[in-house]
Write a protein that binds this ligand. Structure first.
Ligand code: NAI
Length: 561
């Protein structure tokens, strides 16, 4: 053997060993005899060859044996770090069972304990220490062709508050769903946590805390770091990379979305994704309620990211379908916050995102008063406060409507505004009920009702995949509406007859594919409209009108087919 041959042989043997430690390619005992020959794997594995089906059965058996959800989470994360293919196979084949393990609610507990369960970094950490060097830090990530980034600053992790750098569990979990539910390549996904400190004293005092040990940077220091991050992302990955903001606190979430939506492809799942999922449920419920959204009056309890985001998308949908001005459409929608009904007399003291909802009405301080005065047909809870849809409130909804639609969206289950059982019994089986956290089917008067779960996982993986495949570089509200429409179309008469306003999650891959196709089709349609507008403007020889500017903006997002 020559020196070169010997060197190659040892590299190949090393590759066999490395292969088993490379989660992207490792198949464990599923490597066939031929693969074991080809990759110098003999002896490095026990002799048995298992099919992937058998591996799935074995692992599901192990996972089901853990009683503590966090142990199931750790087992799944270890699998992801060891054998990516198997991790996704498991997740895809057992989506309803494993979604609550890799994502909410278990991921919340994982973030709280991230310091102690943290073994290997699963994403990129960008802290204030990296200021001025963010582009270099991005280059440290081994993959070049990134299509989706999920980023958090950890300030409002689920309903758990400020978890600082330990929020990393959220981008990691969301991106696992991008792949498992949406079909985006795992290597094209990049989880990022931006660490500007934490105001969580318990974490600051915890010797195992993994983040910066300082209180949160705010103001210019914060926005400069975010600005550097957003520029570096575009410079390193180009215009088409999708940046999903996740679990930012209220004030930053709205500001970041408004600031970057005109210069980057950005999406906020808490605001826009929730809105798209809930709108889909509302549209699907029309199969039971009859009429169109314009025929309904909406009352929200809770006027934060979720509440105002949903309200705005409903108004946009009504406005785009009926051609009534957006301001008029908004008048069908009322919101209650912690200070009562949002009305005109409160306008001056309202946060900017609540102002569009300050309609003229006398001030009302309780939800029950608001229900009796506004007479909504649809009641949506986004307050984060459990048991606030009391018996009085739900009975009032039933007295006003033949079939009241009640959505108790707050998470976790303990914070739901009411339970499925309460909604069905207090309305004597007339309510259409949906929630943020899952509830079991409930039998009332011999009929089984299946509560719908307005799970964000219905929309964001398909929406993101749609944006990626059509090469969009800006997100438009019409694309969110297209995602809602595609999801609503997946709800059949049969689902409705059981009280479901969402399709079963077991079909999520198919649902995501429909959503992606509808979103991409909408993007192409917007390009078509934009081209027509530009031609028209050129024919009339006009100067660069705002219409033409919009057309150019829309044209940017998509490659022509
Ligand atoms: P947020 O903090 O932005 O908004 C909460 C709103 O509720 C604020 O307007 C606040 O003034 C109001 N509020 C708080 N206490 C109240 C009280 N006692 N009475 C009346 N209003 C009160 O939070 P965000 O992001 O809007 O989330 C709210 C809830 O919605 C959370 O529990 C979250 O888990 C849930 N959610 C559910 C989703 C789903 O089902 N797919 C998706 C996103 C959020």
């Amino acid at each position: 053997m020559t020196r070169t041959q010997s060197l190659r042989s040892s590299v190949e043997r090393l590759n066999g060993y490395t292969l088993l430690r490379d989660p992207h390619h490792n198949k464990g005992l599923a490597f066939t005899e031929r693969e074991r020959d080809a990759h110098y794997l003999h002896g490095l594995l026990p002799p048995a060859v298992l099919t992937q089906e058998l591996q799935v059965r074995k692992l599901m058996h192990n996972i089901r044996n853990y009683e503590v959800p966090l142990n199931k989470y750790v087992a799944m994360m270890e699998l992801q770090e060891r054998n990516e293919r198997l991790f996704y196979r498991l997740l895809i084949d057992n989506v309803e069972e494993l979604l609550p393990v890799v994502y909410t609610p278990t991921v919340g507990e994982a973030c709280q304990k991230y310091g102690s369960i943290f073994k290997r970094p699963q994403g990129l950490y960008i802290s204030l220490k990296e200021k001025g060097k963010i582009l270099e830090v991005l280059k440290n990530w081994p993959e070049r062709n990134i299509q989706v980034i999920v980023v958090t600053d950890g300030e409002r992790i689920l309903g758990l508050g400020d978890l600082g750098c330990q929020g990393m569990g959220i981008p990691v979990g969301k991106l696992a769903l991008y792949t498992a539910l949406g079909g985006v390549r795992p290597s094209a996904c990049l989880p990022i946590t931006i660490d500007v400190g934490t105001n969580n004293q318990k974490l600051l005092d915890d010797e195992f805390y993994i983040g910066l040990r300082q209180t949160r940077a705010t103001g210019k220091e914060y926005s400069d770091l975010l600005e550097e991050f957003m520029s570096a992302v575009k410079q390193n990955y180009g215009e088409k990379v999708l940046v999903q903001f996740e679990d930012f606190a209220n004030h930053n979430a709205f500001e970041l979305l408004a600031k970057y939506k005109t210069s980057h492809l950005v999406f906020n799942d808490d605001i826009q994704g929730t809105a798209s999922v809930v709108l889909a449920g509302l549209v699907a419920s029309l199969k039971l309620l009859g009429g169109s959204l314009t025929d309904h009056t909406f009352l929200f309890f809770g006027a934060g990211e979720a509440g105002t985001g949903i309200a705005e998308l409903i108004a946009l949908d009504i406005s785009s379908k009926t051609h009534i001005p957006l301001e008029e459409a908004r008048k069908k929608i009322w919101l209650v916050d912690s200070k009562g009904l949002i009305v005109g007399s409160r306008r001056e003291s309202l946060q900017h995102f609540k102002k569009p909802w300050a309609h003229e009405h006398e001030p009302l301080s309780t939800l029950l008063d608001a229900v009796n005065a506004i007479k909504p047909s649809i009641l949506i809870g986004t307050s984060g406060v459990g048991q606030t849809f009391t018996k009085d409130v739900v009975e009032a909804m039933a007295a006003i409507n033949k079939k009241p639609l009640i959505m108790a969206l707050s998470n976790p289950t303990s914070q739901a505004e009411c339970t499925a059982e309460q909604a069905y019994t207090w309305t004597e089986g007339h309510a259409i009920f949906s929630s943020g956290s899952p509830f079991d089917p409930y039998e009332y008067n011999g009929k089984t009702f299946i509560p719908g779960q307005a799970n964000n996982a219905y929309v964001f993986p398909g929406l993101g995949f749609g944006l990626v495949i059509c090469g969009a570089i800006r997100m438009h509200d019409e694309m969110l509406l297209a995602a809602s429409e595609a999801l609503a179309n997946q709800v059949t008469e049969e689902h409705c007859s059981k009280g479901m306003i969402y399709p079963p999650l077991t079909n999520i891959r198919k649902i995501s594919a429909h959503i992606a196709a509808n979103v991409a089709a909408k993007a192409y349609e917007l390009v078509g409209d934009a081209v027509k507008c530009m031609h028209h403007n050129m024919r009339i020889g006009g100067l660069l009108t705002s219409l033409k500017f919009n057309a150019k903006e829309i044209l940017k997002p998509v490659r022509l087919p």
